[in-house]
Design a protein around this ligand. Structure first.
Ligand SMILES: [Mg+2]
Length: 348
């Protein structure tokens, strides 16, 4: 009798517990959804850079997924197992826009779990972008990648980890040198560079909010410009810059004047630095989606090409170990980097 009463009591208790859990779960889902909506609402989709507020912790997929809770010891054990599973002299060098950052919403949410796993593996992820160091530092912090060097302004400058107080290394020409040469060409060609536009002009032509525009203007080794002359004079202008050892390449809205460097050049510089820090044979994975990333893909042991959202691939992956991602943006980044790391023995 006692046993049956206890059994019935247990059933009632279980049923009540189940209801409480269901209600709590609904409340939790509603709270998370509200938080997610607030975060998504704060994303500024205008502008030309990608240094906006990022919904890095929230993705629609994640909202309804209960987090997997690990105890400290289980987390440590998983970390140790991962660390032991892969060569510790392995560096991942990645472009941002269209790769680790989605082109449409600037989110890197699909790559967040893999970035955590890479941190567990103690592997450096070196961001390589056209952005300035001020813009990239913000992103590196948000992605928790501030412990690695960063390649800025398309390889024009390399900056060190957050803890490393050394000044950045200019690899091409300095912005000061570029501005002096542009000044000499002003009589012959019509253009407006960031220097000419000033803060109001940069805000107007990029749609960036003022604080972001300020960061975009803090340049070290490149100068974007708006071409105000005839297209027929572009080649002559480029040849005049080439005579001064400068390059002239088209971005989206802007043309970019830079020294003789590239993302690949900067990647080699960073790999040499890592080699000095931790002598031995280093392996590299490079990820890119546009021709400006090709120089990195050409020298990487494991190059990965990411297609644009419309499915078009703008890079060549020549190496035997190369890979073309199936998806665009951060999802393609996560899938393809996972595949390469697993190929290299990583326990993910
Ligand atoms: Mg890109």
């Amino acid at each position: 009798m006692t046993r049956s009463v206890s059994k019935a009591g247990a059933l009632v208790f279980s049923s009540l517990t189940l209801r409480v859990v269901k209600v709590s779960r609904r409340l939790l889902d509603a709270m998370v959804l509200t938080q997610a909506k607030t975060l998504f609402a704060s994303i500024d989709l205008s502008g030309f850079g990608a240094s906006r507020r990022l919904p890095h912790c929230i993705s629609p997929k994640k909202i309804c997924t209960a987090p997997k809770v690990l105890t400290a010891s289980a987390t440590d054990k998983a970390k140790i197992e991962r660390t032991q599973s892969v060569n510790q002299r392995l560096a991942i060098v990645s472009d941002l826009d269209g790769c680790l950052l989605n082109k449409e919403d600037y989110s890197f949410a699909p790559a967040v779990p893999l970035l955590q796993a890479i941190r567990d593996l103690n592997l450096p992820v070196i961001l390589a972008s056209s952005k300035t160091v001020s813009e990239m530092r913000l992103l590196a912090e948000e992605m928790e990648l501030a412990d690695a060097p960063i390649i800025c302004e398309n390889g024009g400058a390399v900056y060190w980890s957050r803890e490393d107080s050394r000044p950045g290394q200019i690899l091409g020409a300095s912005r000061k040198q570029i501005l002096e040469i542009l000044q000499k060409l002003k009589g012959e060609f019509h253009f407006e560079s960031f220097e000419d536009l000033g803060l109001p002009g940069v805000i107007a032509s990029t749609d960036l909010p003022e604080d972001r525009a300020r960061l975009a203007m803090q340049r070290a080794s490149t100068e974007p410009l708006l071409w105000r002359d005839s297209d027929g004079k572009l080649d002559f202008f480029a040849s005049q810059l080439a005579a001064e050892d400068l390059t002239f390449t088209r971005g989206g809205r802007f043309w970019h004047v830079a020294g003789q460097t590239s993302k690949g050049n900067a990647m080699q510089y960073v790999m040499s630095y890592l080699q000095t820090k931790n002598p031995g044979d280093w392996t590299s994975i490079a990820i890119g989606d546009s021709p400006i990333d090709q120089s990195m893909l050409d020298i990487a042991d494991y190059p990965i090409g990411i297609p644009s959202p419309d499915g078009v691939v703008h890079v060549e992956v020549k190496a035997h170990n190369g890979l073309l991602a199936d998806s665009a943006g951060a999802q393609g980044w996560a899938d393809s980097v996972t595949a390469v790391l697993q190929e290299l023995g990583a326990n993910l």
